[in-house]
Design a protein around this ligand. Sequence first.
Ligand code: L34
Length: 282
Amino acid sequence: MIISGKELAASLKAQMAAEVATFEERYGRVPHLAVILVGEDPGSVSYVTGKAKASAEVGIKNTTIRRPATISEEELLGIIAELNADDAVDGILVQLPLPKHINSDKVIAAIDCSKDVDGFHPMNVAALWQKQPCVLPCTPKGIIKMLKVAGVEIAGKNAVVVGRSNIVGLPVSKLLLDENATVTITHSRTKNLGEVTSKADILVVAIGRPKFVTADMVGEGAVVIDVGVNRDPESGKLCGDVDFAAIEPKASVITPVPGGVGPMTICCLMENTIECFLRKQA
Ligand code: L34
């Protein structure tokens, strides 16, 4: 079975649109998401465009602030301070990665935690790991939703995560643990990686290299979640981290790239923006 993140995201966005349609009357305004894009990396431009498009579909106000890669850290922090102070802004997202001369940890920490729709702020990360209420990071949240909709039982399963980034690897491991999976966190330098991954009931790959996971690394009947978004060096087409053509026949469930985890990431961003908006209305 191939899980279409694109279709699931479309149906969830339609539900959110129906909810948001009642906000103007109930609260006098709609949620407002501010997205900051520094530079013109084609991938980032595409993802940020996707976020603006999804906002329009759901009825969320989107302001995308584009600045050149040469912007100073100080200037960027100034923009964030203004958005923090603006009561009409509910969510703030700084698209990553940032240029090397900017300290992204400092930038993320500067965002008002109550507007942190990415769930990247250190206070939010701490809350997640301490089992406190928090905003769940979009990609991991989207992955758990896909597994649930596909009817995948997570509790008691052997989940193997390849990758340990703050954006995906670490938080998705935590969410799987919270669903009572037994989780192994691996990475590109794990010894005998294939031996570890081939024993996974649920395999989540977030490494960022085309065809990093080959068919011999996946067990028969595994659930395979491909978080990679890469360019195939041969065809130039978008592809994931797993060799889809070779692994799809072995997997019981698999996500495609494009049309899998990416659209769910954006869908969960919409959900988080509504959540931050509603928290203010109470
Ligand atoms: N601050 N930075 C911040 N928040 C995030 O949540 C992200 N991420 C990651 C990169 N930097 C970030 C994203 O938005 C990755 N990411 C993301 C979002 C959407 C898609 C891919 C990555 C996506 O929609 N992918 C489409 C294809 C898009 C295309 O054609 O380029 C897909 O179907 O996979």
